[in-house]
Design a protein around this ligand. Structure first.
Ligand code: AMP
Ligand code: GLY
Length: 424
């Protein structure tokens, strides 16, 4: 198989590492990729949202499968673009179509879907500029903290959690009337605050069958003890100790099965990953959000724990035979710690050379934001490098990643020293 993988982060480096191990692979291309992905395939300088450029590349390089890493091309309709094209329509795209990708692309769409199918989630209401006054009244009827969510994609910044009513009203106005997040906040979902511990659960589906992948826990805040600003994710662990068999049964029966069946009953074809952002409230799972892709940095622990051939699974998705695929996992735990540029998630510098990448360790180094300059590897983003290790348990996996991190450096690098602190 000749595979094109779209994206450039740690998720895509981990996916390319896994795809390269498949016996079905003939050649792998990554668009645009990073300095890490070039170990496993050919990087090509194509923007994943430039569908015409993707098309030309697919035809010229006789690609047989396109795997979409990030949400943006999906939410913008890359799957539909392929289906509508005479030449491309036979090239399977792993990732949902535009309508289905609204599970991530529109919070209001996702909420309506969950209520329609009785999937546990926080109570909510949606407002626009024209219903701002009703929004204020709704806020007055709720208790603090107040959760406001821009309906559309807002680069992970569209969710505000506010402690007082006055502030919540001012933010609601700024989102709806002053377009704080542009078009993404032309609708705002206000929802009940849920208190609990979060985890990420993943499935891959062909629209009929699904396969559960290992669960993970992501650490989103920049500071130790889960303090400070939100980031794309500072580390992750898998498995999640509190996600025991009884809890995961509830997740499957109350959330995953109703979601996959709900999509089918609504006539929504779905081919790809579904990421369930869940919260455990006193032993009961609730959906905080859906994503139409794998998580990052969760992929850097979930994919290393997948034993089965990933192209087999993708082929199952493409041909509607996923039910026949056998999915095996590593018993071992995996942990990843993200090295970021000092200053991130606010202003930070790029172009810093990374040292120590070639020192042999038992860790897997997944590049998140890097570029190559000849043989040198330079930082090219806020999140720079995910250091993943296996262990008999999470403690051992984490200590291996931290040992590896001692040998890697770039100017102004930062990482959290407490990944896994609340579960080990
Ligand atoms: P989202 O983009 O919807 O995942 O929201 C970002 C983050 O905000 C989540 O990971 C949670 O930490 C938090 N959050 C979102 N919705 C709620 C809620 N209803 N109750 C408590 N925390 C929430
Ligand atoms: N780690 C959270 C996300 O990928 O959205």
């Amino acid at each position: 198989m000749r595979v094109l993988l779209l994206g450039s982060g740690g998720r895509e480096h981990a996916l390319s590492w896994k795809i390269a191990q498949s016996s079905a692979l003939e050649e792998l291309f990554i668009a645009p990729g990073n300095a890490g992905t070039r170990q496993f395939g050919k990087n090509c300088a194509i923007n994943p949202t430039d569908f015409e450029a993707v098309k030309t590349f697919v035809i010229e390089n006789q690609i047989n499968m396109v795997v979409v890493g990030p949400e943006e091309p999906l939410v913008r309709g890359i799957h539909d673009f392929f289906l509508a094209d005479e030449v491309l329509k036979n090239v399977p795209v792993i990732g949902p179509n535009k309508y289905a990708a609204q599970l991530e692309g529109s919070k209001d769409f996702a909420k309506q879907f969950m209520f329609r199918h009785n999937i546990p989630t926080a109570k909510y209401a949606t407002f626009t500029k024209d219903t701002l006054q009703q929004g204020y009244t709704f806020l007055e009827s709720m208790k603090a903290p107040y959760v406001l969510k821009a309906d559309g994609l807002a680069a992970g910044k569209g969710v505000l959690i506010l402690d007082n009513l006055k502030e919540a009203k001012a933010e609601l106005k700024s989102m709806l009337a002053d377009a704080k997040f542009g078009d993404a906040s032309s609708r705002v979902v206000i929802e009940q605050f849920l208190k609990g511990i979060e985890l990420s659960v993943f499935v891959i589906t062909d629209g009929d069958a699904y396969k559960l992948l290992p669960e993970a826990k992501d650490y989103k805040r920049i500071g130790e003890g889960d303090t400070g600003l939100n980031t794309g994710g500072m580390g992750a662990v898998s498995p999640v100790p509190f996600a025991d068999a009884a809890f995961m049964d509830k997740v499957q029966n109350q959330i995953i099965i109703p979601t996959v069946k709900g999509l089918k009953n609504d006539g929504i074809p779905y081919k790809g990953f579904i990421f369930f952002g869940l919260i455990n409230v006193k032993g009961e799972p609730y959906v905080i959000e859906y994503n139409c892709r794998m998580g990052d940095p969760e992929t850097e622990v979930v994919i290393p724990r997948l034993k089965s051939d990933i192209l087999d699974l993708f082929e199952g998705v493409a041909t509607n035979t996923l039910s026949e695929c056998d999915v095996q996992f590593e018993e071992k735990a995996a942990a990843t710690v993200m090295m970021v540029a000092g200053g991130y998630p606010e202003a930070y510098e790029k172009g810093k050379q990374l040292y120590g990448l070639n020192v042999a360790t038992d860790s897997l180094l997944f590049h998140a934001g890097t570029a190559s300059d000849g043989p040198a590897v330079l930082s090219a983003g806020g999140r720079v490098l995910a250091v993943t290790s296996y262990g008999k348990n999470l403690e051992i996996a984490l200590s291996r990643s931290y040992a590896t991190l001692e040998n890697i450096e770039f100017e102004n690098a930062y990482y959290r020293k407490d990944i896994g602190f609340d579960v080990v």
